[in-house]
Design a protein. Structure first.
Length: 257
């Protein structure tokens, strides 16, 4: 019992719990039934790990309805998803709220890692025109469904494919959102090529917990491609990512030299 996590996620009418410890995983069905009884959830999903470039969840339904597809409502936004197939980070709530409350009317936003619409939807609802790129076909399908659910399909051009290729056709974005972790800085040349002179980048990345905000900012600035300079506007700790790493969002204004 000491190893059973004390926290879980409620996504719509589905509860998701991470059982990364082998001993906990062996008792996943018992844990699932106890959670379903305590929460009244339609389904309980246990995750064993997350893998690969697509950050795919590895897990299964351990109690209740075998169909885990649900609609999660947050900030008035509807996110349709299946948590056995795609991830949903509740810890990014404040970043989504920040976008939703921004004045993005008449702005062009390029969401390089759109997923199911984590940042695309709040940006579009805030008035932006959005170009959204997503490489994972499962997440892309949910992205299209979520655009319709939230009635913003007319504001978003969604592409199934590598954001580096999509970036070649983006000209003069006011804001580029780089909502990815582990390798985000490698995509900075493509983001800089897509943003207008004086436009903003929002760079998400994981950095060691021992690093100061100043060191995080310096690391991002140092990673800008040749011919570009940046002015850091904000450095935000989004959430704890792992025992040794924190998820940061670094917002900067970029200009061509």
């Amino acid at each position: 019992m000491e190893k059973v996590p004390r926290r879980w996620q409620q996504l719509g009418d589905v509860v998701v719990i991470r059982l990364y410890e082998e001993e906990c995983w062996r008792y996943r069905r018992e844990i699932g039934e106890a959670l379903r009884e305590a929460t009244g959830a339609r389904s309980v999903v246990a995750l064993r790990r997350v893998r690969g470039t697509f950050r795919e969840p590895v897990g299964e339904v351990v109690a209740g309805d075998e169909d885990a597809e649900t609609v999660h409502r947050e900030l008035g936004i509807k996110f349709k998803l299946d948590p056995t197939r795609v991830m949903f980070a509740r810890g990014n709530f404040e970043e989504r709220r920040r976008l939703l409350e921004s004045d993005l009317s008449s702005r062009l936003v390029f969401d390089m890692f759109a997923g199911i619409g984590y940042f695309t939807l709040p940006a579009a609802l805030a008035g932006a025109r959005v170009i959204a790129a997503e490489l994972n076909p499962i997440a892309y399908r949910y992205l299209l469904e979520n655009l319709e659910l939230n009635r913003v399909e007319g504001r978003v051009r969604a592409f199934l494919g590598d954001c580096r290729e999509v970036a070649r056709f983006v000209d003069g974005a006011d804001v580029v959102i780089m909502g990815y972790l582990h390798g985000t800085l490698d995509f900075l040349p493509y983001a800089c090529g897509a943003v207008r002179d004086g436009g903003r980048l929002v760079v998400h990345e994981a950095f060691p917990k021992r690093w100061s905000e100043e060191r995080v900012a310096r690391r991002v600035l140092k990673s800008l491609p040749e011919g570009y300079e940046g002015e850091v506007l904000d450095v935000r700790r989004v959430k704890s990512y792992s025992p040794g790493m924190d998820h940061y969002a670094v917002e900067l204004r970029v200009r061509r030299r």
